[in-house]
Write a protein that binds this ligand. Structure first.
Ligand SMILES: Nc1nc2c(ncn2[C@@H]2O[C@H](COP(=O)(O)OP(=O)(O)OP(=O)(O)O)[C@@H](O)[C@H]2O)c(=O)[nH]1
Ligand SMILES: [Mg+2]
Length: 953
């Protein structure tokens, strides 16, 4: 079996492996050690017993031999005593005896020695005690120790135990015979025999220290001893036994020491020691095998799970862990896979939600949000088709259902209508509701149903309590969504609600920033974006762009006569007509007031003077000229158009607009109601205008302005009661310039404020001077421009001027037009009240050309109405005009107002006015406007001579 050690790379693998090894080796090793010690003890014990028994056996064998030898000798004694000669004995028993004894002799007297076997020469010297012992019929052993060789051992016994005096038989024991007892021992054993003084009698093995060791042995009586008995580098274990020979042979005991080589004795241990590592090795191998297979069984699923976890950390939610172990790991893997699937879904849902959140933050347009829902809804709810219905903000019963995205990435959509029933159901089911197979399918779901969906879930979206959109989910089969799906879909819908309201808010802000609120046309900001784009495209494609600058002619008079609201309506109508005259790719923008700009891009460059453009300009002019019913009045106007071409006239935004503007002024100067192409000469005109503006700035400092005074005469008395101050500009090079030429310029450039102030100051100072000079006190009338009237400091300024000049307030009359007061009636009333409070008089100028609404006038604290000269001019010929004037005078009086007629040039006109009850008049009939000096002369002259009215009387 192959051991796969790759698991050792794993911490858990290593840990389990080490545990396996420890848990296997520990018991084995413990058991081995225990066994070892047990076996050792046992072996020692066994060896001890064995050696003891062996020594006993050796002892017994020696004793037996000795007794045998004694018996042999007794036999020799017997025969000898019976008279058998030594020779006969030797002959009969020689062979037997020779085996046992080296020599046998008869000692009959002290010095009478007869050899029986061999020559004993000198018999051992026996002690008296020994003799006595022998005399008792027993045998004795006598030992004669020698230096280098084994001791000689003699056995002596009486010839005749009953008659000891007869002599002894003494035999020298054959050492070979006596000690040849190896049979009693195993081959591995050795033995030594020692006498009582531990002198070596025999040793089967040369052991020099045996004597001292034996002495120690004797002392300790130890059971088993390791003695320094070495042979062939081997230690010996020994035991002993003592043979008591006193009784039998009258010698002290002999000690038999038997030793066995330690290696032999403990051979089992050696084998054990050899086998033990093998057993351990086997155990390790077994553990290795078992642990690897077991660890693998655990680690493989663990690693799969770990890899799975890593993949999930890397957001690979689709990957699955495949474990088929059939145990808890498989269950764990199944749970893991379920968890991964759910996490994946959760994540997708979260990602979609986050995308919607991003949309909310980035506030993209509604279409983008719809696209996101169509693309991402399936990530949240498993379904077949998704749709979104956007309800029209202006008409909550109609809308558009978006049901898909085509190959070009565009949304496919259908107009839909919502019934009252639909709306009721949607309102009743604010969260969501399901339309099951067979139930009525509302119109807004038709685009999905056409794709074959049978079952539907609808999530209505309300923004500010207004139904704003529907999210539609369609299924081909009957499907019930789980609560979780519904919750997720609703969460998406809630986010979409925020996104949509954000988008609509953004769109609103965008519209506010880029579109004119009155006409819904692009404003200057958007124009500044589109025109440069068109210029870039023209340059790239080698085409031309035309810019038409259009300003309505005398639009002010529509405002003045019918009111601002009517003017607005009129501007909207103009917008409608303009957009009808141009193509979809053209842009109509409103820059403010009654100015419109039209961009016509993509005009082929080779066209000469662009017949296309002239065609469009003509079309526009005639469209605008069409009469229009406004508040019950038929109104018609014209427009002046200036046209500049890119790149011919200019190739950047500012220049192009400026040139079109110049061309428009040119059209105005050409009598209005026409269009003009820009030419370089026009620039000169524009430059002149600029010059004029500059000159006007210096007119005040350089004292070029002068006031003329036009007398106002009381009709009843013919007295000059007042004068209208009229401004003149003495231009250093151009001479006298009429107010009509420079007042509009002053109004456009704000110069009107300092100029107006100068006029007021001068007129007041002049009147005071006349009064000081003793002339008849009159009032001076000063025209106030709209711009001055809206100046918040007006009242304070006038008060200061009056105090500075010292003129009584009743000496000053302010003339304002109807239009001026009508722009903001509330403020106007407040200012007029303040002026009246100061004691000033206020006249409405040019009355009859504007609103001419006496109901309005009633609210204004004014004193005088000035009937416009256009009515007076034809008063003698046009009965219509005459009756208008009479009516104005009558109504004026009914409101307690003084009525002054302007532009009176003939006596006839004056007569009619007098007949109508007019209070005062002003006109060439008396005088043209005069410089201060001349007016003073006129005032100083006798009134009666000057007054034509009186002359007429
Ligand atoms: N009703 C209405 N009037 C506006 C609006 N904006 C500007 N106006 C008026 O439009 C008029 C623009 O006047 P101009 O174009 O300078 O003069 P005009 O009377 O048209 O005369 P010409 O253009 O010189 O022929 C002013 O009286 C403004 O008060 C608006 O939004 N609504
Ligand atoms: Mg205009």
């Amino acid at each position: 079996m192959k051991i796969d050690a790759t698991f050792l790379g794993s911490k858990v693998g290593r840990r389990i492996f080490v545990l396996f090894i420890i848990s296997a080796l520990l018991p084995v090793a413990t058991l081995a050690l225990f066994s070892f010690s047990q076996v050792t003890t046992h072996l020692y014990e066994q060896t001890k017993r064995h050696l003891h028994q062996s020594s006993k056996a050796v002892g017994m064998a020696i004793l037996e031999r000795l007794l045998g030898l004694e018996a042999e000798l007794q036999m020799v004694a017997f025969y000898t005593d019976s008279g058998t000669s030594a020779d006969n004995i030797a002959e009969s028993f020689g062979e037997r005896l020779q085996k046992r004894f080296t020599r046998i002799s008869l000692v009959t007297d002290v010095n009478q020695v007869t050899s029986v076997l061999g020559d004993l020469r000198k018999p051992p010297a026996l002690t008296k005690a020994e003799y006595k012992y022998i005399a008792d019929g027993k045998s004795v052993l006598s030992i004669e120790h020698r230096d280098k060789s084994l001791p000689r051992i003699f056995v002596a016994t009486a010839l005749n135990p009953k008659n000891p005096a007869r002599g002894l038989v003494v035999g020298e024991v054959d050492n070979v015979y006596l000690w040849d007892i190896r049979d009693t021992l195993t081959l591995t054993m050795e033995f030594c025999v020692l006498d009582s003084q531990f002198r070596v009698l025999f040793c089967s093995h040369p052991a020099p220290d045996i004597v001292t060791s034996a002495a120690k042995l004797e002392q300790s009586h130890s059971a088993l001893h390791e003695l320094p008995w070495r042979q062939d580098e081997d230690d010996y274990l020994v035991n002993f036994w003592s043979i008591f020979l006193k009784a039998a042979f009258f010698v002290p005991e002999w000690t038999i020491i038997v030793g066995e080589s330690k290696s032999q004795a403990l051979k089992a241990l050696t084998t054990f020691k050899e086998i033990f590592p093998l057993v351990i090795l086997m155990a390790i191998l077994l553990v290795l095998l078992l642990s690897t297979s077991q660890i693998r069984r655990s680690l493989v699923p663990l690693e799969s799970l770990r890899d799975g976890t890593r993949r999930i950390a890397n957001r690979e939610f689709d990957s699955r862990v495949d474990v088929k172990s059939g145990d808890e790991f498989e269950e764990l893997a199944d749970s893991f896979n379920t968890m991964a699937f759910r996490l994946g879904r959760q994540f997708t849902v979260m990602a979609t939600m986050a995308e919607i959140d991003r949309l909310i933050l980035s506030a993209l347009d509604t279409k983008h949000i719809v696209k996101t829902i169509l693309l991402r809804m399936r990530d949240i709810v498993v379904c077949d088709f998704v749709g979104v219905t956007l309800i029209d903000a202006d008409s909550p019963r109609s809308g558009r259902t978006f049901s898909g995205i085509d190959a070009a990435g565009e949304l496919t959509s259908h107009d839909i209508a919502l019934s009252t029933e639909d709306i009721r159901i949607l309102r009743d089911n604010l969260g969501h509701f399901q339309i099951r197979n067979g139930e009525r399918i509302p119109k807004y779901l038709q685009p999905l149903a056409q794709k074959g969906t049978k079952s539907h879930v609808v999530l209505p979206i309300f923004v500010d309590d207004e139904l704003s959109a529907l999210i539609l989910i369609g299924f081909m089969e009957h499907t019930e969504l789980s609560d979780e799906d519904i919750t997720q879909a609703r969460r998406l819908a809630d986010r979409v609600t925020v996104a949509l309201s954000n988008a609509s808010w953004e769109e609103k802000l965008y519209r506010q920033a880029h579109y004119d609120p009155l006409t819904d046309l692009p404003n200057r900001t958007l124009l500044k974006d589109r025109l440069p784009q068109a210029i870039v495209r023209a340059k790239r494609n080698n085409t031309q762009v035309a810019v038409l600058f259009l300003d309505l002619d005398r639009f002010k008079s529509i405002n003045d006569s019918l009111g601002h609201a009517a003017g607005d309506l009129f501007l909207r109508e103009i917008t409608r007509r303009l957009t009808q005259c141009v193509r979809a790719i053209d842009t109509v923008a409103r820059l403010g007031g009654d100015e419109f700009t039209i961009i016509i891009p993509d005009i082929t460059a080779d066209q000469e003077v662009t017949p296309d453009v002239t065609l469009i300009a003509d079309k526009i002019l005639s469209a605008i000229a069409e009469p229009f019913m406004l508040h019950g009045h038929e109104v018609s106007t014209t427009a002046s158009i200036g046209i500049a071409l890119c790149p011919r006239d200019a190739d950047d935004y500012d220049e192009l607009l400026k040139n079109a503007d110049s061309a428009m002024y040119h059209a105005k100067s050409k009598g209005r109601g026409n269009y003009q192409f820009y030419s370089r000469d026009l620039n000169a005109a524009a430059i002149e205008r600029l010059d004029m503006e500059n000159s006007l700035r210096h007119a005040l400092d350089q004292d070029q302005l002068e006031l003329y005074y036009h007398p106002q005469v009381e009709i009843s008395s013919g007295q000059i009661v007042g004068a209208e101050a009229l401004l003149r500009w003495w231009h250093p090079s151009k001479g006298l310039i009429q107010p009509a030429e420079f007042i509009p310029l002053a109004e456009q450039t704000s110069l009107i404020v300092p100029i107006g102030e100068w006029v007021l100051k001068t007129a007041c100072a002049q009147n005071k001077a006349w009064r000081n000079a003793g002339l008849a006190p009159i009032r001076v009338a000063v025209n106030l421009a709209a711009r001055q009237f809206s100046d918040q400091d007006l009242v304070r300024k006038i008060d200061r001027i009056l105090r500075q000049t010292g003129l009584d307030p009743e000496g000053l009359e302010l003339e304002i037009t109807e239009g001026t007061v009508m722009e903001d009636t509330e403020t106007a009333i407040k200012i007029l009240n303040d002026l009246k409070g100061m004691g000033l008089r206020v006249a409405i100028d040019d009355f009859g050309t504007g609103y001419s609404s006496l109901t309005y006038l009633k609210q204004f604290p004014i004193h005088t109405l000035k009937v416009d000269q256009s009515f007076v001019r034809d008063i003698t010929t046009d009965r219509h005009d005459a009756s208008i004037v009479a009516t104005i005078i009558g109504l004026g009086h009914s409101l307690n107002l003084k009525v002054v007629a302007e532009g009176v040039e003939t006596q006839e006109q004056l007569n009619i006015l007098r007949a109508s009850g007019c209070d005062e008049f002003q006109g060439y009939l008396t005088s043209k406007p005069l410089p201060a000096r001349e007016f003073e002369v006129l005032l100083a002259q006798a009134t009666s001579t000057m007054m034509p009215s009186q002359r007429a009387l």
